[in-house]
Design a protein around this ligand. Sequence first.
Ligand SMILES: Nc1ncnc2c1ncn2[C@@H]1O[C@H](COP(=O)(O)OP(=O)(O)OP(=O)(O)O)[C@@H](O)[C@H]1O
Length: 322
Amino acid sequence: MIKLDAVSKRYPGSNLPALDNLTLTIPEGITVALIGPSGCGKTTTMRLINRLEEPTSGAVWLAGDNIAKLDPVTLRRHIGYVIQQVGLFPHLSVAENIATVPRLLGWSSARIAQRVGELLELVGLDADKDGQRYPASLSGGQRQRVGVARALAADPPVLLMDEPFGAIDPLVRGRLQQEIRQILMRVKKTVVIVTHDMDEAIKMGDRVAIMREGRLCQYDTPATVLSAPASEFVAAFIGNDSALKLLALTPARQWMQPATQAESNTRLRDDATLKDALVSMLDSDAQIVTFHDAQGVISGELSREQLFSFHQRLQDGAHALS
Ligand SMILES: Nc1ncnc2c1ncn2[C@@H]1O[C@H](COP(=O)(O)OP(=O)(O)OP(=O)(O)O)[C@@H](O)[C@H]1O
């Protein structure tokens, strides 16, 4: 667990505090997305957790320890850090980049080689071929995968990600976010991710922390933030398509009904979201979408009417679909 306890941060020469009495508790094993307008203190919050900055007042706790009492270098070895421009060493191969921290920790070559292989596979790269490549020959998305693998190398309990997808082509970004999210859920790390993008925050975060001028405006699950924004500011920040965003967060499996007909023209896997269902119904002008499992067995259906009624309820703010 990470706890920021009444933390304020004032940079020398600045009139306003970057953080103003911020208290935030991040339970173990979840991902929290920090979001808010430029200058609201997201990066400062993150840099306080790995002691790249020190609080002016208040304290940061990590697994029950006040981090001010820990050696910063040892602390950082327990915290993986992924940044926008990745910061891979250009003269080292992908495998050598990933091996940086294990090498510093004095692991044996055999253990390092095994770990590098596991991590390349985990992030969807080829252990033999891609391990030997150099950063300059990789795409932005591949570089970011290597950045994540490197941050996870020594299996740190905490991962900090500062706008990790900011430099990625928008076409690649959606898939990469989804894949990294799956990986983070699998490895069960405590993750703090800074982003400017509300879609990214709700896709990646188990909880979303919305900040403004160094303070916390709301700290909730994505579904609650979308369905019950705590203030006008949060509502404005989310934008006017919160109902659609909520549909995108909601698994169809949760709402589908027993199938009344053997088949419809519109079929989807039952791990689709309600937004997928809506899009495919509108695309094919269908009244019903049928869901099937991985084996192709029909598992349920949703009618256009049912879907629109959920959508309406969300738009009215009557319900969170969680
Ligand atoms: N090293 C520094 N010296 C002085 N002021 C700083 C320093 N770093 C940040 N600040 C100021 O502190 C405030 C918070 O900055 P921070 O980078 O934490 O915000 P942010 O929400 O991450 O912004 P962005 O989204 O633009 O990256 C801003 O007003 C910024 O100008």
